[in-house]
Design a protein. Structure first.
Length: 364
C-alpha cells in the first residue's frame, strides 16, 4: 500500500482545502508514492516521535500540528524542527499534518470532544462563510438524471444532512454553431432553439473544478453552458467549534470535575463561577478564544477551549463560564479520529498511537 492511499483516506474525510489561510496541512515530508510500512499517530512531531517511528518501523507519521508552519531557509540542525526534518529525510519517513481542516470538518476535533462529554443535539459553533458556490448548467431534459447523478458523485448537492439536492426548471436555449463545431443538435450557421432544463446545485468552492469536469464528461453538448456564482451562505455543516446539550444539567463544579477526568487535565483556568446549572456547552479544540462571542450568542452556560489570555476572561462578563482546559488536552483525541478513518479503510494495516508523546506543558 502506498503512502498516497493513506493521504487519500484522510483528505476524503477532511480536504486540505478546508484549512485556514495561515495553516500548512498535507504531506510535509516524504514521497507519497513510497510503500507504507506503518503509521504512527501523534499531536505534535518531535525528535522522540521520529525516533519512535524509526523503532517501530513506521515510515509515516500523521500529526495534528504541522511540523513546518513557515518557510525554512536552511537545515543545519539548529532547531528541533530542522532536526526532525533531517532525521525523517535520512530515514525515509513521511510526515503528514491534518490541522485546521480536521478542526473545521464535521465530526472533527471539537465533535470528538463533544462526544466524549456525552453532548446531544450537536451543531457547529462558528460556521464557515464564503466557501460555497452555486453551479448551474443547461441540459436537454432526457439527460437531466444522468447529469444530476454525476454532479452528486463529484461532491455537489449537499445541504445539511441531505445529499443529491438540486433544483431544475424548464426553458428554451438558443445558440448557433460556428465553423469547427460538431453540434449535438441543430445545424452549423443556423440559429437553433432547444428545450432545456436549467439545473443548479450548491457546491463547496474546493469541489467546483471536479463538479465542472463531471458535467463536461456526461453532458451531450460539446460546449455546455456552465455558470458559477459565489454565495454568502453560512456553511452550517462546517466550521470551528461546536455547541450541544448535556442529557442532564449539572452544577458548575461537578461538570468541571468531569471535564478534568475525561481530558486528564492537571488544572482548569476559568472565569468566576456563576452559581448556575450547566446544560448547554460550547467548546472549541485548540485556540478558541476568538469564539467567546459565538458561545455567548448560542446562550451556552460554559465555553471550553484553550489558550485564553488574561484579558479575554473579562469577556465572560457574568454571562458565561469560560474554561481553559489546555491546548494539548483539548486536541489529544484527534489521534482517535485518524485511527478510525485509516483502520476502517485498511483494517489489517499497522496503525499505532505514540507511546512516547506527552504534553509539552507541565503542571506544578
Amino acid at each position: 500500500m502506498k503512502i498516497d492511499e493513506i493521504v487519500t483516506v484522510l483528505e476524503s474525510f477532511a480536504p486540505t482545502a478546508l484549512q485556514e489561510s495561515f495553516d500548512n496541512c498535507g504531506l510535509l515530508v516524504g514521497n507519497r508514492h513510497r510503500e507504507a510500512t506503518g503509521v504512527l499517530l501523534c499531536v505534535d512531531v518531535t525528535e522522540s516521535i521520529v525516533d519512535e517511528a524509526i523503532g517501530l518501523e513506521c515510515n509515516m507519521i500523521v500529526a495534528h500540528h504541522p511540523l513546518i508552519f513557515k518557510g525554512i531557509k536552511k537545515l543545519n540542525g539548529q532547531t528541533y524542527v530542522e532536526r526532525c526534518i533531517e532525521k525523517a529525510i535520512k530515514k525515509d519517513i513521511a510526515i503528514y499534518a491534518a490541522h485546521t481542516n480536521f478542526d473545521i470538518v464535521r465530526q472533527g476535533v471539537s465533535w470528538e470532544m463533544a462526544h466524549r462529554l456525552g453532548l446531544q443535539d450537536i451543531r457547529v459553533l462558528a460556521p464557515k462563510t464564503d466557501t460555497l458556490c452555486k453551479v448551474v448548467t443547461f441540459v436537454p431534459p432526457r439527460y437531466l438524471a444522468q447529469i444530476q447523478e454525476a454532479v452528486s458523485e463529484a461532491g455537489a448537492g449537499h445541504i445539511g444532512d441531505y445529499d443529491c439536492c438540486s433544483y431544475s426548471s424548464d426553458g428554451t436555449g438558443c445558440f448557433r454553431a460556428l465553423e469547427g463545431t460538431s453540434p449535438f443538435v441543430g445545424k452549423k450557421f443556423e440559429l437553433h432553439s432547444e428545450q432545456e432544463s436549467r439545473v443548479e446545485w450548491i457546491s463547496p468552492s474546493y469541489s467546483v473544478d471536479r463538479v465542472v469536469s463531471a458535467i463536461k464528461k456526461v453532458h451531450p453538448y460539446e460546449e455546455p453552458a456552465i455558470d458559477i456564482y459565489p454565495l454568502k451562505n453560512r456553511w452550517d455543516n462546517y466550521g470551528l467549534g461546536v455547541v450541544g446539550r448535556l442529557t442532564e444539567e449539572q452544577d458548575e463544579k461537578s461538570f468541571l470535575q468531569d471535564v478534568k477526568k475525561i481530558f486528564d487535565i492537571g488544572c482548569i483556568r476559568h472565569s468566576p463561577l456563576l452559581g448556575r446549572k450547566i446544560r448547554t456547552v460550547a467548546l472549541c479544540g485548540g485556540s478558541g478564544a476568538d469564539f467567546i462571542g459565538n458561545a455567548k450568542s448560542c446562550k451556552a452556560d460554559i465555553y471550553l477551549t484553550s489558550d485564553v489570555t488574561y484579558h479575554r476572561f473579562f469577556e465572560a462578563d457574568g454571562q458565561i463560564l469560560i474554561a481553559d482546559i489546555g491546548h494539548f488536552e483539548s486536541e489529544q483525541f484527534t489521534k482517535n479520529i485518524f485511527y478510525k478513518h485509516i483502520t476502517e479503510k485498511f483494517p489489517n494495516f499497522a496503525v499505532r498511537f505514540s507511546q512516547t508523546e506527552k504534553n509539552i506543558i507541565s503542571y506544578f
